[in-house]
Design a protein around this ligand. Structure first.
Ligand code: UD1
Length: 407
């Protein structure tokens, strides 16, 4: 594969940004919003609650939550997108009440929301689970010290939004440092919030009475950029990835270099040249700035082409190796032992009919399909459409032979 590919806005930054529009009756204008399924689901969620919500294919969104007669996230929406839980913090901050369905079982493990609720309770909310819904209420939230025993990205985002209009100071300890958390903090500051030390493990928020509207451009998607970097490496290609922030991909790019790929980071660009042989190198997923769990499946596809054995250790989510079973059906030699996958490289892959199990697993199977002999058919691509904008067009632009078949 060779050529240039432009990265879309980050889904995982756009989702909390859209939820943050609930914090003010004024209009919020967003730019660089990826036109993917999860974004459209969030638009629908905001609209069903009573907001005026418009998202356009050009990446702009106009959101006005003047009044919210139904501060509720129903099960049929939360079921398809657990990030719907992100409305809980803003609704509590502004209205002091919210009813949000619990996400329920998820294909990549348990994924609880206990820390979101614990934090809100520390801030004075009452949270009850009734008929599968979290019902939360409070007079006005107050500042609190909240120590999260696990690093949680949406948990940190939810509590940061809740704390913005709480009375007094909130300290979020063992907070997530992901770039998406910093992007949200940046947007909230533009809305008038007083937030300090985002990007570190201890975030401080001084509550203010009101937030106002804003215009905010969300950061580029580091996972999409990473996926194309792996596509270049696995195909021994030569790809320039544009509209990205190389610093957000530090651990992924360093890992790719260890496997033998040539990586050059420029101003908003990353140039990746795949090289032979691909070296097998172990990796462990970790919270940012560690190697992202959202890149683990793609990296496993690369390691099936490695010159030795690689141990992939998943520490964030249990049961996030479903793609391995499909890769094995293509001829890969992978053994799963608990949270570790042992990938013995060097086996040629052959095209097969595959079923995608989740968003990043779908990307992994496509990457494997790029180097497999013969044709690969990936079913249930709706998972892919949740987070990648026109991935087949972008890959085809780089020389891949790929098409979407509607059935
Ligand atoms: C976010 C990302 C997702 C990414 C993940 C980890 C969004 C919309 N999604 O998901 O793409 O894979 O971060 O980087 O940004 N946990 C608890 N209790 C809680 C919350 C989480 O125990 O209340 C645990 C989870 O089970 C998991 C770990 O914390 O083991 C991290 O999960 P978390 O960071 O919350 O993931 P999400 O925010 O859902």
């Amino acid at each position: 594969m060779s050529g240039r590919v432009e990265i879309s806005g980050a889904k995982n930054a756009a989702l909390p940004a859209m939820a943050a529009s609930l914090l003010t009756p004024e209009t919020v204008q967003l730019e660089n919003i990826p036109y993917v399924r999860d974004i459209l689901t969030t638009r629908r969620l905001l609209a069903e609650m009573g907001a005026a919500a418009e998202v356009r294919p050009d990446g702009t969104a106009t959101l006005t939550a003047a009044e919210i007669p139904h501060p509720e996230a129903p099960y049929d929406l939360v079921r398809t997108m657990r990030a719907s839980i992100l409305v809980l913090g803003p609704l509590m901050a502004r209205f002091g009440k919210a009813r949000v369905s619990l996400p329920g079982g998820c294909a990549i493990g348990a994924r609880p929301v206990n820390l979101h609720l614990m934090g809100l309770e520390r801030m004075g909310a009452r949270c009850e689970v009734v008929h599968g819904y979290v019902e939360a209420s409070a007079e006005r939230l107050h500042g609190a010290y909240v120590l999260m025993d696990t690093v949680t990205v949406t948990g940190t985002e939810n509590l940061m939004m809740a704390a913005c209009m709480a009375e007094g100071e909130t300290v979020l300890d063992n907070a997530a440092c992901e770039p998406e958390v910093c992007d949200l903090a940046c947007m909230l500051r533009t809305m008038g919030a007083r937030i300090e030390n985002d990007g570190t493990r201890t975030i401080r928020i001084e509550g203010v009475k009101n937030l106002h509207g804003c215009r905010h451009r969300v950061i580029p998607d580091r996972i999409e950029a990473g996926t194309f970097a792996v596509a270049a490496a696995i195909t021994r290609g030569n790809v320039v990835i544009t509209n990205c922030v190389p610093a957000h991909l530090h651990s992924v790019l360093e890992q790719l270099e260890r496997t033998g790929a040539e990586v050059r980071a420029g101003e908003g660009t990353i140039h990746v040249r795949g090289r032979d042989p691909i070296r097998s190198v172990d990796v462990t997923t970790n919270p940012y700035p560690g190697f992202a769990t959202d890149m683990q499946a793609q990296y496993m596809a690369l390691m099936t082409q490695g010159d030795g054995t690689a141990l992939i250790t998943e520490t964030i989510f249990e049961n996030r190796f479903m793609h391995a079973l499909e890769l094995i059906r293509m001829g890969a030699d992978i053994t799963i032992e608990g949270g570790q996958a042992i990938v013995r490289g060097g086996k040629p892959l052959s095209g097969a009919n595959l079923i995608a199990s989740d968003l990043r697993a779908s990307a992994s199977l496509i990457l494997a399909g790029l180097v497999a002999q013969g044709e690969t058919v990936v079913d249930r691509v709706y998972h892919l459409d949740r987070g990648y904008h026109r991935i087949e067009e972008k890959l085809a632009g780089l020389g891949a032979v790929i098409e979407r078949i509607s059935r």
